[in-house]
Design a protein around this ligand. Structure first.
Ligand code: B12
Length: 291
C-alpha cells in the first residue's frame, strides 16, 4: 500500500512539475514573441495526457491508416502522451476575423515563427523528461515523421497531434477538421510520447465523441466555417483537404512568403469569426450525427 501511495504521489508531482514547466516556457520563452513587438504568439496553454495504452491509438490504425503510429511504436515501453494546446492571442484572432481572402500578417507570423517556438517547446519537454530518466520523443519533429499525400483518408501523417489531443480529452473535431477545445479552435498543438507514468486526463468513458463540440452536428445549426473558407474547401460534406492544401501550401505560400518574410503563412480563416473560435459553443440540440 505504502509503495502504491508513494508511486501515486510521485506521479502527481511529476505531472504538476511538467505542467509548470510547459506553462513557464510559454510565459517566459523568448521565442514565444513576435519579432516586431514584445507580445507573445500564444496565451497560457492547456495541457492534457493520454494513456499510451488507450485503445484509441490502436483504433487510429483503422480510422486513419496502418501508417499512423502507436505510442508504443514510437517509444518502446511508452506510458503516456503529453499534449498541449497553444491558444492564439486575441489581437491576432481579431486581425484574422477582419480578413476574407488572405490571412492577417500576425496570423502568418504566428504560423511561421510561433511554430518555431512550438518546435523548441517539443524539444524542451523531451529534454526535461529525459533528464529525469524517462524515454521521450516528440513524434511530429522526429526524423521519421512523414506527411502522406494520398491515403484512403486523404492527406494525413504518421502522427496526428489532433488525434493525440482528442485521446487526452482536450477537444473534439469540427466540420472544418479543426479541434474544438475549451479555449476554442484557434490554436496550435504539440505532443510528446514518454515512458513517464503521467496521469491520463481522459478515458473512453468520459470523451464527448469525436464531433461532440461542433455546432454543425447540432441539428445543422452552424455553418459559419463554410462561409469563412475563401476557396470553398468546407461544405456540409466536410473539409476538402486537397483544396485547402492547394490554397494554403500553394497559392498563399507563393504569394505571401516572399513579401511578408513568413515562410509558411497558413490561413486559419475557418478558425476565426466562428462561434467556436475561443470556446466550446453552447449546444442547442443533442447531437445525433456522431453516434
Ligand atoms: C497535413 C496537415 C494539414 C493538411 C491536412 C489537414 C488534415 N485535416 O489532416 C492541410 C494542408 C490541409 C492543413 C491545413 C491546415 N492546418 Co494543418 N496539419 C497537418 C499535419 C502536419 C498532419 C495532420 C494529420 O496527420 N492528419 C491526419 C488526418 C487523418 O486527420 P483528419 O483527416 O483531420 O481526421 C479526421 C478523421 O480522422 C475524423 N474521424 C473519423 N472518424 C473518427 C473517429 C474517431 C474516434 C476520431 C477521434 C476521429 C475520427 O476526424 C478528423 C476530422 O474530420 C498537422 C500536424 C500533425 N502532425 O498533426 C497539422 C495541423 C493539423 N494543422 C493545423 C492548422 C492550424 C492548419 C491550418 C489552420 C493552417 C494554419 N496554420 O493557418 C489549415 C486548416 C486546417 C483544417 N481545417 O484542418 C494544426 C491544427 C490545430 C487546430 N486548431 O486544430 C495542426 C495540428 C498543426 C499544429 N501542430 O498545431 N494541415
Amino acid at each position: 500500500m505504502a509503495v502504491t501511495a508513494e508511486a501515486t504521489r510521485g506521479s502527481v508531482d511529476l505531472d504538476a512539475s511538467l505542467r509548470d514547466e510547459i506553462a513557464r516556457h510559454v510565459r517566459e520563452g523568448e521565442a514565444n514573441r513576435f519579432r516586431s513587438r514584445d507580445q507573445p504568439f500564444f496565451d497560457a496553454p492547456l495541457v492534457g495526457v493520454a494513456a499510451a495504452g488507450d485503445e484509441l491509438f490502436r483504433r487510429y490504425k483503422t480510422i486513419i491508416g496502418d501508417f499512423h503510429r502507436t505510442p508504443e511504436e514510437i517509444v518502446p515501453g511508452a506510458a503516456a502522451v503529453v499534449v498541449w494546446v497553444l491558444p492564439i492571442r486575441r489581437d491576432t484572432r481579431i486581425d484574422n476575423r477582419r480578413e476574407k481572402l488572405l490571412p492577417a500578417r500576425s496570423w502568418a507570423e504566428t504560423r511561421s515563427f510561433g511554430e518555431e517556438f512550438n518546435v523548441a517547446l517539443r524539444r524542451r519537454v523531451e529534454e526535461w523528461l529525459r533528464a529525469r530518466g524517462f524515454g521521450a520523443v516528440a513524434p511530429h519533429v522526429a526524423s521519421d515523421w512523414r506527411r502522406l499525400e494520398a491515403t484512403p483518408v486523404g492527406i494525413a501523417s504518421t502522427w496526428s497531434e489532433r488525434h493525440a489531443a482528442y485521446a487526452a480529452g482536450l477537444g473534439t473535431f469540427g466540420l472544418s477538421d479543426g479541434l474544438i477545445t475549451p479555449l476554442g479552435i484557434a490554436h496550435r498543438l504539440g505532443s510528446v510520447v514518454t515512458t513517464a507514468p503521467l496521469r491520463p486526463t481522459s478515458s473512453a468513458t468520459d470523451r464527448a465523441g469525436p464531433r461532440g463540440h461542433c455546432g454543425f452536428y447540432d441539428g445543422e445549426a452552424c455553418t459559419a466555417c463554410i462561409a469563412r473558407c475563401p476557396v470553398g474547401a468546407i461544405t456540409t460534406a466536410g473539409h476538402d483537404k486537397v483544396k485547402c492544401a492547394e490554397y494554403v501550401d500553394g497559392t498563399l505560400k507563393a504569394s505571401l512568403a516572399g513579401p511578408w518574410g513568413t515562410p509558411v503563412p497558413g490561413c486559419g480563416l475557418c478558425q476565426t469569426k466562428v462561434p467556436c473560435e475561443e470556446r466550446i459553443p453552447p449546444r442547442r440540440k443533442p447531437s445525433t450525427r456522431d453516434q
